[in-house]
Design a binder for this molecule. Structure first.
Ligand SMILES: CC(C)(COP(=O)(O)OP(=O)(O)OC[C@H]1O[C@@H](n2cnc3c(N)ncnc32)[C@H](O)[C@@H]1OP(=O)(O)O)[C@@H](O)C(=O)NCCC(=O)NCCS
Length: 171
């Protein structure tokens, strides 16, 4: 995926291993209730670099997104290594999208979601999935995602919290 500039002058760039300290600092600030080790971020970046982007503005790193192919109707456990992208990974999974508060409302989040949708569609995936946390379900609904329920998935969601929602978008 190529670079693109948002309304506030921020740019989405391909993430590199050198960005991980900044990405971790954003994760700690934005997701204090869902701590994940740097090894989790590094592994996803190594396994699927095309799905990992950093938002950069005049002050430096301001957000990130991690995404990768995954099995439909399945949720990778929090703070757990994937091991590999599964051979039956027919869905495109957004693991995390996090922006620092000063960039909210600039359209940067919507910009990268549109790019990920385009990437997933062009790559032949059947659809997309994510776990919405932090009351973000409304944001995802605006991008065509709908809540999906399944008994086994609902048990896995317990590793997040009661407010977490599994959401999907079919193509
Ligand atoms: C969720 C998040 C990425 C949205 O970022 P954002 O900067 O508000 O996104 P955008 O500027 O692209 O906003 C797009 C639109 O969605 C709306 N929106 C944002 N969050 C929303 C929510 N929770 N519910 C409903 N609408 C929402 C905005 O008001 C905006 O509306 P507009 O276009 O009519 O002005 C951002 O709030 C964030 O990083 N939150 C913390 C981390 C997080 O919860 N990530 C999601 C994990 S699954």
């Amino acid at each position: 995926m190529t670079q693109s500039a948002g309304q506030g002058g921020a740019i989405w760039r391909a993430m590199t291993m050198a960005n991980l300290p900044d990405v971790m600092a954003i994760a700690v600030a934005v997701h204090p209730d869902y701590p994940e080790d740097e090894a989790i971020f590094a592994e996803r970046l190594a396994l699927y670099p095309a799905g990992c982007l950093c938002l950069v503005d005049a002050d430096g790193a301001a957000g990130y997104v991690l995404s990768h192919p995954w099995r439909p109707c399945d949720i990778p456990a929090l703070n757990a290594l994937l091991g590999a992208i599964p051979a039956d990974a027919a869905a495109y999974y957004i693991h995390d999208l996090a922006l620092l508060p000063h960039t909210h409302g600039t359209g940067a989040a919507s910009d990268v979601v549109a790019r990920l949708v385009e990437h997933a569609r062009n790559s032949g995936f059947a659809g997309m999935a994510l776990v919405a946390v932090n009351r973000s379900a409304g944001f995802w609904q605006r991008h065509g995602f709908r809540e999906t329920h399944d008994a086994a998935l609902d048990r896995k969601l317990a590793s997040y919290d009661d407010a977490a929602r599994y959401m999907t978008r079919e193509f």
